[in-house]
Design a protein around this ligand. Structure first.
Ligand code: PA5
Length: 462
């Protein structure tokens, strides 16, 4: 089983040589009894044998038609490479601008934002534009940003699958007006790109009417599953990130998750564990805790994927879904850990670590301070981080809370492609186990409609 096979891989101290193209090391030992006292056991898994077989069968059938499939999002690693030349061509043009405003919300922002944060160099390389994600409405921020930017050297990429999300449309229109005011209509148009549905929606109609360059989102791929489409790939390519490697990583993970057997298919195993810990052990809260600082926004992407896909009503059964929570090691040891350890036993944990972590600089301990911190002598900052991770995982395990660790062989596009594909698959399998549609979001749609109604009432003079 994964739980045994990979155990040694993440328990080792970092800095041991791990090939950069190695697969994710998934250590699930602490999700099972006896290591995780509240974990699952063989009897739980036995009950799930048939549902797991059905879930895998359904996923196989519903991806067979490629981009036309119901779960087209899981076929992107195979189909998006063909669109890379078009994406690179647009990216080359956009890269000539110094600043790029990426406007979108939810699934049309979170994936690219998380990967940009994880993979961009700490300071931009010469020639790389700076990306600014305009997601939430924040009028003072937008004003301050526009006061600081030069329209001449700024491009706008607006992203909306539906082509009509009000936050995105409103902010995009403000940015257009700002460009047009300073540069005139024609030059403003040379600084705009749209990413939207190939056939429908306001944005698509606008693109046709005004001849604005536009890239399509595959029609069957919804927002939170779209980071491996033009939605994520174009902004990331603009930033100079290796999007071909991202897709290769996703394809490698897809191949790794092809088997029907949970012992051979990590996505199936993780879905089974997260599901069983909810319905059989009452673990209603699922905490994603990277010990890799640049992955701090990965938790935002994961939380949306998990919450919007699985938090659903069920006919004649308890509602589905666990509450995803993002945390960051070591910061949240000094914030949330007390509650994790001693409050209700309703939590499970996923740790992300770097198997080949940067040692970083050694702590320069002055002679006079050796007595105060003897354990810091000859230790690097990377070793301090790893010791903190091991200690936190151990106290959580000793307290009986189930937890798993995903060891990343490196922090690069190939590895993050694996991680994205893994969690998209886990989410779809989990949806099938809960018996909900992991692709829709009826409650979100209701909120969008109501906001439009309230705005219409104000226009009506109230
Ligand atoms: O996952 C989803 O479907 C949502 O979060 C959408 O991405 C979000 O509401 C934005 O929608 P759109 O891309 O249509 O503007």
């Amino acid at each position: 089983m994964f739980r045994e096979k990979n155990r040694h891989a993440t328990a080792a101290m970092p800095h041991t040589a791990v090939p950069r193209d190695a697969p994710l090391a998934i250590d699930t030992a602490n999700m099972y009894r006896p290591a995780g006292a509240d974990g699952v056991d063989a009897a739980d898994l036995a009950v799930l044998a048939d549902p797991l077989a059905r879930a895998h069968q359904a996923l196989t059938e519903r991806t067979r038609a490629g981009l036309e499939s119901e779960y087209a999002c899981l076929t992107l690693p195979a189909h998006m490479p063909a669109q890379l030349p078009q994406i690179w061509e647009a990216a080359q043009t956009i890269r000539r601008f110094r600043d790029v405003l990426v406007v979108g919300i939810g699934g049309s922002s979170l994936g690219a934002k998380a990967l940009y944060r994880a993979l961009k160099p700490v300071f931009p390389r010469p020639g790389d534009p700076s990306l600014h994600f305009i997601e939430n409405i924040d009028p003072p921020y937008l004003d301050a940003l526009l006061a600081h930017l030069a329209p001449e050297t700024t491009a706008v990429v607006a992203i909306s699958k539906s082509g009509g999300t009000i936050e995105t449309v409103g902010q995009y229109l403000c940015l257009r007006e700002w460009l047009e005011k300073h540069l005139g209509k024609a030059r403003a148009r040379q600084r705009q790109w749209l990413i939207t549905d190939p056939a429908q929606g306001w944005m698509r109609a606008l693109a046709a009417r005004e001849d604005i360059p536009t890239l399509p989102v595959p029609p069957k791929v919804g927002g939170r599953y779209s980071v491996l489409t033009t939605v994520g790939l174009l902004p990331l390519a603009v930033a100079g990130i290796d999007v071909a490697a991202l897709l290769r990583g996703a394809a490698d993970n897809a191949a790794r998750c092809a088997a029907a057997d949970l012992e051979q298919n990590p996505a199936l195993e993780l879905a089974a564990l997260y599901y069983l810990l909810d319905i059989r052990r009452g673990k209603r809260i699922s905490i994603m805790m990277p010990y890799v600082n640049p992955l701090d926004l990965f938790g935002d992407w994961y939380c949306q994927l998990w919450a919007e896909s699985l938090g659903k009503r069920r006919e004649g059964a308890e509602p589905a879904g666990t509450l995803p929570v993002r945390a960051l090691g070591t910061v949240d040891q000094h914030s949330q850990l007390q509650l994790y350890l001693e409050s209700r036993r309703d939590k499970m944990f996923t740790f992300l670590t770097l198997r080949h972590g940067e040692r970083g600089r050694a702590v320069p301990l002055p002679e006079a301070d050796r007595a105060a911190f003897p354990y810091l002598e000859h230790r690097s900052l990377g070793e301090v981080l790893h010791a903190e991770f091991l200690a936190t995982r151990d106290v959580i395990t000793r307290a009986g809370h189930p937890n798993l660790t995903i060891g990343l062989p490196a922090l690069d596009a190939h590895v993050l492609g694996q991680l994205i594909d893994l969690y998209q698959r886990v989410t779809v399998y989990a949806g099938l186990l809960y018996g909900v549609n992991p692709l829709d979001q009826p409650a979100v749609e209701a909120g969008k409609k109501l906001a439009v109604q309230y705005l219409s009432e104000r226009v009506g003079g109230r």
